[in-house]
Design a protein around this ligand. Structure first.
Ligand SMILES: Cc1cc2nc3c(=O)[nH]c(=O)nc-3n(C[C@H](O)[C@H](O)[C@H](O)COP(=O)(O)OP(=O)(O)OC[C@H]3O[C@@H](n4cnc5c(N)ncnc54)[C@H](O)[C@@H]3O)c2cc1C
Length: 398
Protein backbone atom coordinates (compact mmCIF):
# COMPACT_ATOMS: atom_id res chain seq x y z
CA UNK A 1 0.00 0.00 0.00
CA UNK A 2 1.37 3.42 -0.90
CA UNK A 3 0.17 6.39 1.06
CA UNK A 4 0.69 9.81 -0.49
CA UNK A 5 -0.55 13.28 0.34
CA UNK A 6 -2.38 15.26 -2.34
CA UNK A 7 -0.61 18.28 -3.94
CA UNK A 8 -2.84 20.57 -1.81
CA UNK A 9 -1.81 18.73 1.35
CA UNK A 10 1.84 18.94 0.37
CA UNK A 11 1.45 22.69 -0.22
CA UNK A 12 -0.16 22.98 3.21
CA UNK A 13 2.75 21.06 4.77
CA UNK A 14 5.19 23.46 3.07
CA UNK A 15 3.24 26.43 4.43
CA UNK A 16 3.44 25.02 7.98
CA UNK A 17 7.17 24.30 7.63
CA UNK A 18 7.80 27.80 6.28
CA UNK A 19 5.84 29.44 9.08
CA UNK A 20 7.65 27.50 11.80
CA UNK A 21 11.04 28.13 10.20
CA UNK A 22 10.34 31.89 10.09
CA UNK A 23 8.63 32.32 13.47
CA UNK A 24 9.77 29.73 16.05
CA UNK A 25 12.18 31.60 18.39
CA UNK A 26 15.63 30.00 18.31
CA UNK A 27 15.98 29.84 22.10
CA UNK A 28 12.71 27.93 22.47
CA UNK A 29 13.58 25.57 19.62
CA UNK A 30 16.93 24.81 21.25
CA UNK A 31 15.33 23.97 24.59
CA UNK A 32 12.78 21.66 22.98
CA UNK A 33 15.42 20.02 20.80
CA UNK A 34 17.41 19.10 23.89
CA UNK A 35 14.51 18.25 26.17
CA UNK A 36 15.22 21.13 28.52
CA UNK A 37 12.68 22.66 30.87
CA UNK A 38 10.26 25.25 29.37
CA UNK A 39 8.85 28.15 31.38
CA UNK A 40 5.29 29.53 31.26
CA UNK A 41 6.67 32.44 29.26
CA UNK A 42 8.25 30.05 26.69
CA UNK A 43 4.92 28.27 26.18
CA UNK A 44 2.89 31.48 26.00
CA UNK A 45 5.32 33.17 23.59
CA UNK A 46 5.05 30.33 21.06
CA UNK A 47 1.32 29.81 21.54
CA UNK A 48 0.66 33.53 21.02
CA UNK A 49 2.70 33.47 17.81
CA UNK A 50 0.48 30.60 16.65
CA UNK A 51 -2.60 32.46 17.91
CA UNK A 52 -1.79 35.50 15.75
CA UNK A 53 -1.65 33.18 12.74
CA UNK A 54 -4.99 31.57 13.80
CA UNK A 55 -3.31 28.23 14.53
CA UNK A 56 -3.30 27.97 18.32
CA UNK A 57 -6.82 26.49 18.48
CA UNK A 58 -5.98 24.43 15.42
CA UNK A 59 -8.64 21.76 16.03
CA UNK A 60 -11.49 24.28 16.08
CA UNK A 61 -13.97 24.74 13.23
CA UNK A 62 -14.12 28.01 11.26
CA UNK A 63 -17.45 28.86 12.96
CA UNK A 64 -15.52 29.14 16.26
CA UNK A 65 -12.63 31.13 14.83
CA UNK A 66 -10.43 28.07 14.22
CA UNK A 67 -8.77 27.21 10.91
CA UNK A 68 -11.30 24.44 10.13
CA UNK A 69 -8.55 22.02 9.16
CA UNK A 70 -9.23 18.50 7.99
CA UNK A 71 -7.97 15.51 9.97
CA UNK A 72 -5.02 15.26 7.58
CA UNK A 73 -4.09 18.92 8.00
CA UNK A 74 -4.19 18.58 11.79
CA UNK A 75 -2.03 15.50 11.58
CA UNK A 76 0.46 17.28 9.31
CA UNK A 77 0.59 20.28 11.63
CA UNK A 78 1.25 18.07 14.68
CA UNK A 79 3.92 15.91 13.09
CA UNK A 80 5.72 18.86 11.47
CA UNK A 81 5.59 20.77 14.78
CA UNK A 82 7.14 17.72 16.45
CA UNK A 83 9.81 17.37 13.77
CA UNK A 84 10.73 21.07 13.94
CA UNK A 85 11.11 21.31 17.74
CA UNK A 86 7.98 23.27 18.56
CA UNK A 87 6.78 23.11 22.18
CA UNK A 88 3.68 20.96 22.69
CA UNK A 89 0.63 23.22 22.78
CA UNK A 90 -0.81 23.13 26.31
CA UNK A 91 -4.10 21.29 25.82
CA UNK A 92 -6.17 22.68 28.71
CA UNK A 93 -7.60 25.66 26.80
CA UNK A 94 -7.75 24.81 23.10
CA UNK A 95 -8.27 21.07 23.23
CA UNK A 96 -10.10 20.57 26.50
CA UNK A 97 -12.28 23.36 27.84
CA UNK A 98 -12.61 25.32 24.55
CA UNK A 99 -14.71 22.65 22.77
CA UNK A 100 -16.80 22.18 25.94
CA UNK A 101 -17.53 25.92 26.06
CA UNK A 102 -18.45 26.23 22.38
CA UNK A 103 -20.58 23.08 22.46
CA UNK A 104 -22.29 23.46 25.84
CA UNK A 105 -21.48 26.90 27.30
CA UNK A 106 -23.74 29.98 27.38
CA UNK A 107 -23.34 32.82 24.90
CA UNK A 108 -21.88 34.95 27.69
CA UNK A 109 -19.28 32.25 28.50
CA UNK A 110 -18.38 31.95 24.83
CA UNK A 111 -17.99 35.72 24.55
CA UNK A 112 -15.90 35.87 27.73
CA UNK A 113 -13.55 32.91 27.20
CA UNK A 114 -13.14 31.73 23.61
CA UNK A 115 -10.97 34.58 22.32
CA UNK A 116 -8.53 34.27 25.26
CA UNK A 117 -8.16 30.55 24.48
CA UNK A 118 -7.76 31.13 20.73
CA UNK A 119 -5.10 33.81 21.25
CA UNK A 120 -3.46 32.03 24.22
CA UNK A 121 -3.65 35.03 26.52
CA UNK A 122 -5.27 32.96 29.28
CA UNK A 123 -3.85 29.78 30.88
CA UNK A 124 -6.37 27.13 31.96
CA UNK A 125 -5.98 24.16 34.28
CA UNK A 126 -8.06 21.02 34.79
CA UNK A 127 -9.62 20.42 38.23
CA UNK A 128 -10.89 16.85 38.01
CA UNK A 129 -8.82 14.52 40.28
CA UNK A 130 -9.11 14.51 44.06
CA UNK A 131 -7.14 12.63 46.73
CA UNK A 132 -9.79 9.86 46.90
CA UNK A 133 -11.09 10.21 43.34
CA UNK A 134 -8.76 9.52 40.44
CA UNK A 135 -9.75 6.45 38.47
CA UNK A 136 -13.12 6.49 40.22
CA UNK A 137 -13.64 10.13 39.29
CA UNK A 138 -17.41 10.05 39.75
CA UNK A 139 -16.87 9.68 43.51
CA UNK A 140 -15.49 13.24 43.70
CA UNK A 141 -16.43 15.18 46.82
CA UNK A 142 -15.52 18.86 46.24
CA UNK A 143 -18.82 20.56 47.08
CA UNK A 144 -20.54 23.49 45.41
CA UNK A 145 -23.42 24.66 47.62
CA UNK A 146 -26.22 26.73 46.14
CA UNK A 147 -26.34 30.28 47.54
CA UNK A 148 -28.86 31.88 45.16
CA UNK A 149 -26.87 33.69 42.47
CA UNK A 150 -23.60 31.93 43.32
CA UNK A 151 -22.11 28.66 44.58
CA UNK A 152 -19.77 28.29 47.54
CA UNK A 153 -17.05 25.74 46.76
CA UNK A 154 -15.19 23.73 49.41
CA UNK A 155 -12.80 20.79 48.91
CA UNK A 156 -9.53 19.80 47.33
CA UNK A 157 -8.20 18.92 43.88
CA UNK A 158 -4.88 17.17 43.33
CA UNK A 159 -2.34 16.52 40.54
CA UNK A 160 -3.53 19.77 38.96
CA UNK A 161 -0.99 20.39 36.21
CA UNK A 162 0.23 23.99 36.00
CA UNK A 163 -2.38 25.35 38.46
CA UNK A 164 0.41 27.72 39.54
CA UNK A 165 0.46 29.17 36.01
CA UNK A 166 -3.30 29.19 35.52
CA UNK A 167 -5.69 32.12 35.28
CA UNK A 168 -8.80 29.89 35.18
CA UNK A 169 -9.72 26.32 36.13
CA UNK A 170 -12.46 24.12 34.66
CA UNK A 171 -13.61 22.10 37.60
CA UNK A 172 -15.90 19.19 38.43
CA UNK A 173 -17.87 19.76 41.61
CA UNK A 174 -20.63 17.96 43.47
CA UNK A 175 -23.91 19.86 43.49
CA UNK A 176 -26.08 16.97 44.70
CA UNK A 177 -25.80 13.73 46.66
CA UNK A 178 -29.12 12.37 45.35
CA UNK A 179 -29.38 9.54 42.78
CA UNK A 180 -26.41 8.03 40.90
CA UNK A 181 -23.12 9.65 41.84
CA UNK A 182 -22.56 10.77 38.21
CA UNK A 183 -25.81 12.76 38.27
CA UNK A 184 -24.76 15.06 41.10
CA UNK A 185 -21.72 16.46 39.28
CA UNK A 186 -21.56 19.91 37.67
CA UNK A 187 -18.96 21.65 35.48
CA UNK A 188 -17.79 25.05 36.77
CA UNK A 189 -15.40 27.67 35.40
CA UNK A 190 -13.44 29.14 38.31
CA UNK A 191 -11.29 32.27 38.31
CA UNK A 192 -8.02 31.25 40.00
CA UNK A 193 -7.77 34.71 41.59
CA UNK A 194 -10.95 34.09 43.61
CA UNK A 195 -10.43 34.51 47.37
CA UNK A 196 -10.18 31.14 49.19
CA UNK A 197 -8.09 29.30 46.57
CA UNK A 198 -4.68 28.03 47.68
CA UNK A 199 -2.25 26.34 45.27
CA UNK A 200 0.41 24.10 46.84
CA UNK A 201 3.26 22.70 44.70
CA UNK A 202 3.95 18.92 44.53
CA UNK A 203 7.53 18.22 43.30
CA UNK A 204 7.89 15.76 40.41
CA UNK A 205 10.12 12.67 40.46
CA UNK A 206 12.63 14.35 38.11
CA UNK A 207 12.65 17.57 40.14
CA UNK A 208 10.46 19.91 38.06
CA UNK A 209 7.28 21.65 39.21
CA UNK A 210 4.15 21.01 37.18
CA UNK A 211 1.88 19.31 39.76
CA UNK A 212 -0.14 21.01 42.46
CA UNK A 213 -2.74 20.43 45.13
CA UNK A 214 -5.49 23.07 45.01
CA UNK A 215 -7.55 23.84 48.12
CA UNK A 216 -10.93 25.61 48.06
CA UNK A 217 -12.21 27.27 51.24
CA UNK A 218 -15.59 29.03 50.85
CA UNK A 219 -14.80 30.10 47.28
CA UNK A 220 -17.65 32.15 45.75
CA UNK A 221 -18.33 31.20 42.12
CA UNK A 222 -21.09 33.04 40.22
CA UNK A 223 -23.87 30.80 38.84
CA UNK A 224 -23.08 32.37 35.45
CA UNK A 225 -19.92 30.20 35.51
CA UNK A 226 -21.87 26.94 35.45
CA UNK A 227 -21.44 25.26 32.05
CA UNK A 228 -24.67 23.80 30.64
CA UNK A 229 -27.07 22.36 33.17
CA UNK A 230 -26.49 21.67 36.83
CA UNK A 231 -26.00 17.91 37.35
CA UNK A 232 -24.91 17.31 33.70
CA UNK A 233 -21.20 17.85 34.40
CA UNK A 234 -20.36 14.18 33.98
CA UNK A 235 -21.66 14.28 30.41
CA UNK A 236 -19.46 17.29 29.54
CA UNK A 237 -16.48 15.77 31.37
CA UNK A 238 -16.74 12.54 29.36
CA UNK A 239 -16.95 14.50 26.11
CA UNK A 240 -13.73 16.27 27.09
CA UNK A 241 -11.93 13.09 28.22
CA UNK A 242 -12.62 11.24 24.96
CA UNK A 243 -11.03 14.09 23.04
CA UNK A 244 -8.13 14.20 25.50
CA UNK A 245 -7.45 10.49 24.98
CA UNK A 246 -7.21 10.80 21.20
CA UNK A 247 -4.76 13.68 21.71
CA UNK A 248 -2.89 11.41 24.11
CA UNK A 249 -1.84 9.19 21.21
CA UNK A 250 1.05 11.71 21.23
CA UNK A 251 2.01 11.40 17.58
CA UNK A 252 3.82 14.75 17.57
CA UNK A 253 5.91 13.88 20.62
CA UNK A 254 6.71 10.35 19.39
CA UNK A 255 7.71 11.56 15.91
CA UNK A 256 10.06 14.03 17.52
CA UNK A 257 11.47 11.44 19.95
CA UNK A 258 12.02 8.93 17.14
CA UNK A 259 13.91 11.51 15.09
CA UNK A 260 16.14 12.26 18.07
CA UNK A 261 16.65 8.54 18.67
CA UNK A 262 17.85 8.14 15.08
CA UNK A 263 20.24 11.03 15.55
CA UNK A 264 21.63 9.75 18.83
CA UNK A 265 21.96 6.19 17.52
CA UNK A 266 24.05 7.48 14.63
CA UNK A 267 26.34 9.62 16.79
CA UNK A 268 26.71 7.66 20.06
CA UNK A 269 29.56 5.13 19.79
CA UNK A 270 29.33 1.54 21.01
CA UNK A 271 32.62 -0.41 20.93
CA UNK A 272 34.05 2.00 18.40
CA UNK A 273 31.07 1.95 16.02
CA UNK A 274 27.83 3.97 15.84
CA UNK A 275 25.16 2.42 18.07
CA UNK A 276 22.76 2.01 15.13
CA UNK A 277 25.15 -0.57 13.65
CA UNK A 278 24.59 -2.82 16.64
CA UNK A 279 21.94 -5.32 15.36
CA UNK A 280 20.07 -5.69 18.64
CA UNK A 281 19.64 -1.94 19.13
CA UNK A 282 18.75 -1.43 15.46
CA UNK A 283 16.01 -4.08 15.76
CA UNK A 284 14.57 -2.30 18.81
CA UNK A 285 14.45 1.01 16.90
CA UNK A 286 12.85 -0.64 13.85
CA UNK A 287 10.20 -2.31 16.00
CA UNK A 288 9.07 0.89 17.74
CA UNK A 289 9.14 2.76 14.41
CA UNK A 290 6.78 0.20 12.82
CA UNK A 291 4.47 0.45 15.83
CA UNK A 292 4.43 4.23 15.53
CA UNK A 293 3.47 4.05 11.83
CA UNK A 294 0.51 1.78 12.66
CA UNK A 295 -0.56 4.16 15.43
CA UNK A 296 -0.40 7.11 13.02
CA UNK A 297 -2.83 5.39 10.66
CA UNK A 298 -5.28 4.61 13.45
CA UNK A 299 -5.04 8.14 14.83
CA UNK A 300 -5.86 9.55 11.40
CA UNK A 301 -8.90 7.27 11.30
CA UNK A 302 -10.07 8.58 14.70
CA UNK A 303 -9.45 12.22 13.75
CA UNK A 304 -11.48 11.93 10.56
CA UNK A 305 -14.40 10.44 12.50
CA UNK A 306 -14.24 13.31 14.99
CA UNK A 307 -14.97 15.98 12.37
CA UNK A 308 -15.73 19.25 14.09
CA UNK A 309 -16.55 18.33 17.63
CA UNK A 310 -18.23 14.91 17.35
CA UNK A 311 -17.03 12.13 19.63
CA UNK A 312 -14.48 9.52 18.46
CA UNK A 313 -16.15 6.84 20.62
CA UNK A 314 -14.80 5.64 23.95
CA UNK A 315 -13.29 2.34 22.69
CA UNK A 316 -11.19 3.89 19.92
CA UNK A 317 -10.12 6.82 22.09
CA UNK A 318 -9.02 4.40 24.84
CA UNK A 319 -7.07 2.12 22.51
CA UNK A 320 -5.21 5.11 21.01
CA UNK A 321 -4.38 6.39 24.48
CA UNK A 322 -2.94 3.00 25.52
CA UNK A 323 -0.91 2.47 22.36
CA UNK A 324 0.26 6.08 22.09
CA UNK A 325 1.55 6.17 25.65
CA UNK A 326 3.22 2.74 25.41
CA UNK A 327 5.08 3.84 22.26
CA UNK A 328 6.01 7.22 23.77
CA UNK A 329 7.39 5.51 26.87
CA UNK A 330 9.27 2.93 24.83
CA UNK A 331 10.95 5.72 22.86
CA UNK A 332 12.12 7.44 26.04
CA UNK A 333 13.48 4.09 27.31
CA UNK A 334 15.50 3.69 24.12
CA UNK A 335 16.73 7.30 24.33
CA UNK A 336 17.85 6.64 27.90
CA UNK A 337 19.59 3.45 26.77
CA UNK A 338 21.26 5.26 23.86
CA UNK A 339 22.48 8.00 26.21
CA UNK A 340 24.71 5.38 27.86
CA UNK A 341 26.74 6.10 31.00
CA UNK A 342 26.92 9.86 30.28
CA UNK A 343 23.14 10.05 30.28
CA UNK A 344 22.54 8.33 33.59
CA UNK A 345 23.09 11.49 35.60
CA UNK A 346 19.87 13.22 36.66
CA UNK A 347 21.06 16.77 37.26
CA UNK A 348 18.34 19.40 37.36
CA UNK A 349 20.66 22.33 36.67
CA UNK A 350 21.88 20.58 33.54
CA UNK A 351 18.35 19.60 32.48
CA UNK A 352 17.38 23.28 32.81
CA UNK A 353 20.24 24.18 30.50
CA UNK A 354 22.26 25.73 33.32
CA UNK A 355 25.52 24.67 34.93
CA UNK A 356 28.60 23.11 33.38
CA UNK A 357 27.85 21.40 30.08
CA UNK A 358 31.13 19.42 30.30
CA UNK A 359 30.97 18.78 26.57
CA UNK A 360 28.03 16.41 27.12
CA UNK A 361 25.52 16.41 24.25
CA UNK A 362 22.40 18.28 25.40
CA UNK A 363 20.04 15.43 24.39
CA UNK A 364 22.03 13.06 26.55
CA UNK A 365 21.56 15.46 29.46
CA UNK A 366 17.78 15.59 28.92
CA UNK A 367 17.37 11.79 28.62
CA UNK A 368 16.93 10.81 32.28
CA UNK A 369 14.55 13.67 33.13
CA UNK A 370 12.50 12.86 30.04
CA UNK A 371 12.49 9.14 30.86
CA UNK A 372 11.15 9.77 34.38
CA UNK A 373 8.64 12.41 33.30
CA UNK A 374 7.16 10.18 30.58
CA UNK A 375 6.35 7.42 33.11
CA UNK A 376 3.33 9.63 33.81
CA UNK A 377 1.91 9.17 30.30
CA UNK A 378 0.19 5.91 31.18
CA UNK A 379 -1.43 7.51 34.25
CA UNK A 380 -2.78 10.91 33.17
CA UNK A 381 -5.96 11.25 31.12
CA UNK A 382 -7.18 8.09 32.90
CA UNK A 383 -4.69 5.27 33.59
CA UNK A 384 -4.09 2.58 30.97
CA UNK A 385 -5.66 -0.06 33.23
CA UNK A 386 -8.85 2.01 33.28
CA UNK A 387 -8.71 2.35 29.48
CA UNK A 388 -8.55 -1.46 29.24
CA UNK A 389 -11.61 -1.68 31.49
CA UNK A 390 -13.46 0.73 29.16
CA UNK A 391 -12.58 -1.39 26.12
CA UNK A 392 -13.62 -4.59 27.94
CA UNK A 393 -16.97 -3.08 28.87
CA UNK A 394 -17.90 -0.89 25.92
CA UNK A 395 -16.28 -2.70 22.99
CA UNK A 396 -16.12 -6.36 24.07
CA UNK A 397 -19.32 -6.22 26.17
CA UNK A 398 -17.67 -8.07 29.07
C1 LIG B 1 1.53 13.94 34.85
C2 LIG B 1 0.13 13.92 35.33
C3 LIG B 1 -0.65 15.05 35.12
C4 LIG B 1 -1.95 15.09 35.61
N1 LIG B 1 -2.67 16.24 35.44
C5 LIG B 1 -3.92 16.31 35.96
C6 LIG B 1 -4.66 17.53 35.84
O1 LIG B 1 -4.17 18.52 35.31
N2 LIG B 1 -5.89 17.57 36.38
C7 LIG B 1 -6.46 16.49 36.99
O2 LIG B 1 -7.61 16.59 37.41
N3 LIG B 1 -5.78 15.33 37.13
C8 LIG B 1 -4.52 15.21 36.64
N4 LIG B 1 -3.81 14.06 36.78
C9 LIG B 1 -4.38 12.96 37.57
C10 LIG B 1 -4.74 11.72 36.78
O3 LIG B 1 -5.89 11.93 36.01
C11 LIG B 1 -4.91 10.60 37.81
O4 LIG B 1 -3.63 10.38 38.39
C12 LIG B 1 -5.40 9.34 37.19
O5 LIG B 1 -6.73 9.47 36.77
C13 LIG B 1 -5.29 8.13 38.17
O6 LIG B 1 -5.88 8.43 39.38
P1 LIG B 1 -5.10 8.24 40.77
O7 LIG B 1 -3.77 8.91 40.65
O8 LIG B 1 -5.99 8.67 41.86
O9 LIG B 1 -4.82 6.68 40.88
P2 LIG B 1 -5.81 5.57 41.44
O10 LIG B 1 -7.16 5.75 40.85
O11 LIG B 1 -5.68 5.49 42.92
O12 LIG B 1 -5.16 4.25 40.79
C14 LIG B 1 -3.97 3.64 41.33
C15 LIG B 1 -3.64 2.44 40.45
O13 LIG B 1 -4.73 1.49 40.51
C16 LIG B 1 -5.20 1.19 39.19
N5 LIG B 1 -6.66 1.04 39.24
C17 LIG B 1 -7.54 1.85 39.87
N6 LIG B 1 -8.80 1.41 39.67
C18 LIG B 1 -8.71 0.31 38.89
C19 LIG B 1 -9.67 -0.59 38.33
N7 LIG B 1 -10.99 -0.42 38.51
N8 LIG B 1 -9.22 -1.61 37.55
C20 LIG B 1 -7.88 -1.79 37.32
N9 LIG B 1 -6.92 -0.97 37.85
C21 LIG B 1 -7.33 0.07 38.62
C22 LIG B 1 -4.80 2.40 38.35
O14 LIG B 1 -4.65 2.04 37.00
C23 LIG B 1 -3.46 2.78 38.97
O15 LIG B 1 -2.44 1.99 38.44
C24 LIG B 1 -2.50 13.97 36.30
C25 LIG B 1 -1.71 12.84 36.49
C26 LIG B 1 -0.42 12.81 36.03
C27 LIG B 1 0.40 11.59 36.29
Amino acid sequence: MELAFTPEEQAFADEVRGFIRDHLPADISRRVEHDLHLTREDHMRWQQILGRRGWHAYTWPVSQGGPGWTATQRYLFETISGEMNCPTIQPFGPRMVGPVIYNFGSEAQQAQHLSGIRDSTVWWCQGYSEPQSGSDLASLATRADDHGDHYVVNGQKIWTSYAHHADWMFCLVRTSREGRKQEGISFLLIDMKSPGIEVQPIPMLEGTHSFNAVFFTDVKVPKANLVGEEGRGWHYAKFLLEHERVENSNIGFSTFALRRLHRMARTVQHRGRPLIEQPLFRAKVARVEAQLKALEMNTLRALSSMGSGSSPGAGLASSLKIRGTEIGQRLTELLYEAAGPAGQRLDMALAHGEGDMDGIDASVRGAPANYFWRRAMSIYGGSNEIQRNIIAKQVLGL
